[in-house]
Ligand binder design. Structure first.
Ligand code: GLP
Length: 246
C-alpha cells in the first residue's frame, strides 16, 4: 500500500482528482469504479473543473440503496448526477449504478457484474471508508471473495448515514453493493479517508492483520493500492510522519 497523508481535506480532494484526471488523460476509455458519501465530494468538485474529457469513460458505482429509484433525492443515482455526471461530458449511457428498484435484486447484481466484465473490467476503483471499516456496503464479516449482491446494512452504518435522511430509521435497511472480490479485481485502487471519525478504522487497517472484521483490510492483498488520508484520519497511525506529503 502506498500511503500519502495530505495537510487537509482540500489537498486530499485535489490529489485524488489529479490521479483520476491523469489516468483518463492517458487512457481516455478508462473504466472507473466510483463511491458516494461525503468523502469524494471534494474530488468530484475538482474533477468538474479539471477540463478533462470523460466522453469515452465508463463508470460503475459501488452501491445503491435497495428500494430507492434513480429519482429519489437520497439515491446514489441522484447523488452522482448532482456531484459529477450533470457537470461533465460523460454520456449518461456510460454511467452505471445498480438499480435499487430491480424486481429481482439477485439477478440485478449478476447483470451488474456482467456489465463490468463487458466493459473490460475496472481500471481504477476509488473507495471511501466506513467508520466500521466497510468499503462499498460490504459490512464487517463479509468474505473477501464476495461478489455484487444484496446486503443488509449494519446499525452503525445506518446511524452514520442518517444525516442524509433525517433519522436512522429512514435509512433503507438494505442495499446492493459491489462485492469485495469484485473490487479486488480492479487494476488499481484509491482509498480516501478524511476526518477523525475514520482514524480508528485507518489505524486498524494499517496495523492489524487482514480480517473480514475490517472489510477494507482486504485491500492489503491487492498489489496496487494508494491510500490518501488527511491529518485527522491519520492521527492514530504509528510512525505516520514518514507518510506525510510536505
Ligand atoms: C457509505 C457508502 C460508502 C462510503 C461510506 C463512507 O455507507 N456506501 O461507499 O465510503 O458510506 O461515507 P462518508 O464518506 O460519508 O464518510
Amino acid at each position: 500500500m502506498q500511503i500519502e497523508i495530505l495537510a487537509n481535506y482540500g489537498d486530499l480532494s485535489l490529489r485524488a482528482a489529479e490521479i483520476i484526471a491523469e489516468l483518463v488523460r492517458q487512457r481516455p476509455g478508462t473504466v472507473l469504479g466510483l463511491p458516494t458519501g461525503s468523502t469524494p465530494e471534494g474530488c468530484y468538485a475538482a474533477l468538474r473543473h479539471s477540463g478533462v474529457s470523460f466522453a469515452q469513460v465508463q463508470t460503475f458505482n459501488l452501491d445503491e440503496y435497495l428500494g430507492l429509484g434513480p429519482e429519489h433525492p437520497q439515491s446514489y443515482h441522484a447523488f452522482m448526477r448532482e456531484q459529477l455526471f450533470a457537470h461533465i461530458d460523460l454520456p449518461a449511457d456510460q454511467t452505471h449504478l445498480p438499480n435499487g428498484l430491480a424486481p429481482d435484486p439477485v439477478t440485478e447484481c449478476q447483470r451488474y457484474e456482467a456489465a463490468i466484465r463487458t466493459a473490460g473490467g475496472l481500471d481504477l476503483v476509488m473507495l471511501g471508508l466506513g467508520q466500521n471499516g466497510h468499503i462499498g456496503f460490504n459490512e464487517p464479516g463479509t468474505p473477501f471473495a464476495s461478489r455484487t449482491r444484496p446486503v443488509r446494512l449494519a446499525a452503525n452504518t445506518r446511524n452514520a448515514n442518517a444525516r442524509f435522511f433525517g433519522s436512522p430509521n429512514a435509512v433503507p435497511a438494505k442495499a446492493l453493493t459491489m462485492g469485495i472480490g469484485t473490487i479486488l479485481e480492479a487494476r488499481e485502487i484509491l482509498l480516501l479517508a478524511a476526518g477523525e471519525a475514520k482514524a480508528d478504522a485507518v489505524r486498524r487497517l494499517l496495523t492489524d492483520p487482514p480480517s473480514p472484521d475490517l472489510p477494507a483490510s482486504a485491500l492489503l492483498e491487492h498489489p496496487r493500492v494508494r491510500v490518501l488520508l488527511d491529518h485527522a484520519a491519520a492521527e492514530l497511525i504509528p510512525g505516520r510522519l514518514q507518510f506525510t506529503v510536505p
